[in-house]
Ligand binder design. Structure first.
Ligand SMILES: Nc1ncnc2c1ncn2[C@@H]1O[C@H](COP(=O)(O)OP(=O)(O)O)[C@@H](O)[C@H]1O
Ligand SMILES: [Mg+2]
Length: 397
């Protein structure tokens, strides 16, 4: 197959090359996305780094919205990309309600409506995330609507403005009755955590850094969040995913790899954000048209069990998302994980046995589309190895 060199095909002893876009255009796969699974330390990140940088050299763009171990900064430097490092000092801010680049095909009114709609989604998702629920009562929807409409003419809107607008709703004898006012206060109490409470400092102002959609590689180093509360982590992940989404629309649409390190955590956060996972499933459909290749790096499927009852709607959705990746790269796996993974990733007995017993570090089973299978050893130059490795003082996972 055409594309950047990945390494050696262990069966034929010939070079193995692959390009998600070439495979898509040739009709070999129906999606650009990759599921990359395997036990910790087997070579998932190594593969993602070598493959991504080689695609970069061929003119593709790469984004890493969450780099929890800070292991991609060097990789980004290596290809002339950029890194944004999240810090919790309070001087680093991300505005969750920032509008993306204006879509010039939309009229002014259509664009304003789009932004309001988008902000409504963001506020509901923040509230759901903070309350760990999956929906909001109807009065709260009305309160959010009215608060956002009152901010319609403002060019910059932050969570602080929405908090104030919700807190200050007053009955107008028309749409805003006592119930809506009460709902507004309740929402304001929830949002207060971002403005003055335990989560203040990061989301309560205009963004202090910009995501550069034209850089060959953009990395968001989220390692500073290691000891932050789960909700701070979830909101930051939400913010950086939105960054990538907003920065890759309009005139910035181009073939792009989005690497999801720790995909299981991201999927779970999305699920707790209520509509997040549905968004992700929609994203994946949109991705096919926009030419985005999502790479989901995942240790094991049972990490998704924290989503709740086995077989719950969200688990099914999360597994479906992986199953929809028609390029599946599987490194060595623990025996106990094999049956569930075999089901989702479509391994037959031979493949299951290979993944269980036969793969060494850097070696993986590739399934591409309906009927292509290869055993591949990911090969690195000395230069690449030194930049990508994590076992010399770095703390890769
Ligand atoms: N293809 C490879 N060739 C040589 N060494 C590798 C290869 N893949 C991984 N390694 C070694 O294993 C270590 C862990 O690999 P990594 O990709 O970070 O694992 P993980 O699967 O946890 O992401 C690397 O730092 C490197 O030293
Ligand atoms: Mg890794």
């Amino acid at each position: 197959m055409r594309g950047p060199y990945i390494g050696e095909n262990l069966s034929s002893r010939s070079p193995f090359c692959f390009d998600p876009w070439e495979a898509y255009t040739a009709g070999i796969v129906k999606s650009h996305s990759l599921a990359i699974t395997g036990v910790k330390g087997t070579g998932k990140s190594m593969l993602a780094k070598s493959f991504a940088t080689r695609l970069c050299r061929m003119g593709r763009n790469v984004a890493v919205p969450h780099d929890p171990n800070g292991e991609w900064e060097r990789v980004s430097e290596y290809v002339g990309g950029k890194t944004i490092s999240i810090d919790l000092s309070g001087s680093f801010k991300i505005n969750l309600l920032e509008a993306g680049e204006r879509d010039t095909t939309m009229s002014g009114e259509a664009w304003r409506n789009h932004i309001t709609q988008d902000r409504r989604g963001v506020i509901s998702q923040i509230v759901q995330q903070l309350r760990r629920t999956h929906e909001l009562p109807p009065y709260e929807h009305t309160a959010i609507d009215i608060a956002l409409r009152s901010l319609d003419t403002q060019t910059i809107v932050t969570v602080v403005h929405v908090f104030q607008a919700l807190r200050d709703l007053t009955p107008d004898g028309d749409e805003v009755d006592e119930d809506v006012v009460v709902a507004g206060r309740q929402l304001a109490h929830t949002l207060r955590r971002l403005v003055a409470g335990d989560l203040a400092g990061m989301f309560d102002g205009i963004s202090t850094v910009m995501f550069d959609p034209t850089a060959p590689m953009m990395v968001v180093n989220t390692s500073a969040l290691k000891n932050a509360s789960p909700q701070m982590q979830a909101l930051t992940r939400f913010a950086t995913s939105r960054w990538v989404r907003n920065a890759t629309t309009g005139s910035n649409v181009r073939p792009r790899v989005i690497v999801h390190e720790e995909a299981a955590i991201a999927l779970m956060n999305d699920a707790y954000g209520g509509t997040g996972l549905k968004d992700r499933v929609t994203d994946e459909k949109v991705a096919r048209h926009m030419g985005v290749s999502n790479w989901y790096l995942l240790h094991r499927l049972s990490d998704l069990d924290a989503l709740g009852d086995h077989g719950s709607a969200m688990q099914t959705q999360a597994r479906g998302l992986l199953a929809d990746c028609e390029t599946r790269v599987s490194f060595s796996q623990h025996p106990g994980e094999i049956p569930a993974m075999a089901q989702v990733l479509g391994w037959n007995q031979t493949m299951s046995a290979v993944v269980k017993n036969e793969l060494k570090k850097g070696e993986s089973l590739w399934q591409i589309g309906a009927d292509r299978v290869a055993l591949v050893k990911n090969k690195l130059s000395d230069g690449e190895f030194n930049v990508f490795r994590t076992d010399h003082g770095g703390s890769g996972a």
